[in-house]
Design a protein around this ligand. Structure first.
Ligand SMILES: Nc1nc2c(ncn2[C@@H]2O[C@H](COP(=O)(O)OP(=O)(O)OP(=O)(O)O)[C@@H](O)[C@H]2O)c(=O)[nH]1
Ligand SMILES: [Mg+2]
Length: 297
């Protein structure tokens, strides 16, 4: 039996959570086209079996995108990601563009990676959006650094080359125990997944500052009846944001609620009655107490 912990790290929006979902073949982490979607370290467990017997277990840790923090939440997110570097057996560093594209974020992460001796694999993601010459250039510039054991190109959205990446990781994994039961894919509670699905819909429906200032809190989760009743509070930072989230005649909130409910029903495998409330908590992202109350601790 081989096993190990693998951190998935990189700048915001490079496709870390998409890659995790693709590896598992199930959605355990929300994704969006907006930067800073993931806020917590999210574990996803991949167990490969042969003739029904587990032979390899890789515990992936999807992390928030590393960025220059502007508030307490941002600091929490970046620290969460950086703190995995020394705690795992392998690091997958995801990039989606050349280093010299003015994305100093990658250089900052590389400096941090150099400080730990954890084995590193570079994943050039979104190969579907990169022309071959650019891919070669990215490849060459990272290879020259000499800190990556392997460089793999992927299209996480379509699962391209993900098998190859898994093979490379498995080859490097050492003999070790099973950390989780073989049929477990995440250790996150359903409540967390439900709140994340709601936040994902908010990220989908809304733009700019509004979704970034949103936290979702599950206030009631009643599974006693045929229909599961869930009450969730959507916290935003300003009264004006509250108006945007609710929308004209409540249309936006209704849309968020309907698409979230559909996905929650699929997750829980039962009918769901979802009630959403929008509340204002001014500048909560600046307060270490408020962020910790929302579970960012
Ligand atoms: N074309 C293309 N899009 C991708 C690929 N991988 C991810 N995406 C898209 O890139 C966007 C960001 O993906 P995420 O998985 O949320 O990125 P992330 O790195 O987890 O982002 P943060 O959580 O904000 O740090 C989403 O719109 C994805 O659909 C890919 O290989 N090709
Ligand atoms: Mg993410």
């Amino acid at each position: 039996m081989r096993s190990g912990f693998v951190a998935i790290v990189g700048r915001p929006n490079v496709g870390k959570s998409t890659l995790l979902n693709s590896i598992l073949g199930e959605k355990v982490a929300i994704t969006s086209d907006k930067a800073q979607t993931t806020r917590n370290a999210i574990r996803g467990i991949y167990t490969r079996t042969e003739d029904g017997e587990p032979v390899c277990q890789l515990v992936f840790i999807d992390t928030p995108g590393i960025h220059k923090p502007k508030n307490a939440l941002g600091s929490y997110m970046t620290e969460t990601a950086l703190s995995t570097f020394g705690e795992v057996d392998m690091i997958l560093f995801l990039v989606d563009s050349p280093l010299e594209d003015g994305k100093s974020g990658d250089r900052y992460i590389i400096d941090a990676l150099k400080k730990v001796d954890t084995p590193k694999i570079l994943v050039i993601n979104k190969i579907d959006k990169i022309d071959p010459a650019t891919f070669e250039a990215i490849y060459a510039s990272y290879e020259a650094m000499g800190i990556f054991e392997e460089i793999v190109g992927t299209n996480a959205l379509e699962g391209k080359n993900v098998d190859y990446l898994l093979k490379a990781l498995e080859e490097r994994a050492e003999e070790g125990p099973m950390y989780f039961p073989p049929d477990m894919i995440t250790d996150n509670p359903e409540r967390f997944l439900v709140s994340e699905i709601i936040r994902e819909k908010i990220l989908t429906y809304l733009n700019e500052e509004v979704p970034h200032g949103v936290a979702v809190e599950i206030e009631a989760f009643d599974e006693s009846g045929k229909v599961t009743k869930i009450n969730a509070a959507i916290y935003c930072e300003k009264q004006s944001h509250k108006g945007i989230i609710i929308g004209k005649k409540g249309h936006t909130l209704k849309g968020i609620g309907m698409s979230a409910r559909e996905e929650i029903e699929a997750l829980l495998g039962c009918k769901v009655y979802l009630e959403l409330f929008v509340k204002v908590k001014e500048r909560w992202r600046d307060s270490t107490i408020a962020i910790s109350n929302f579970g960012y601790k």
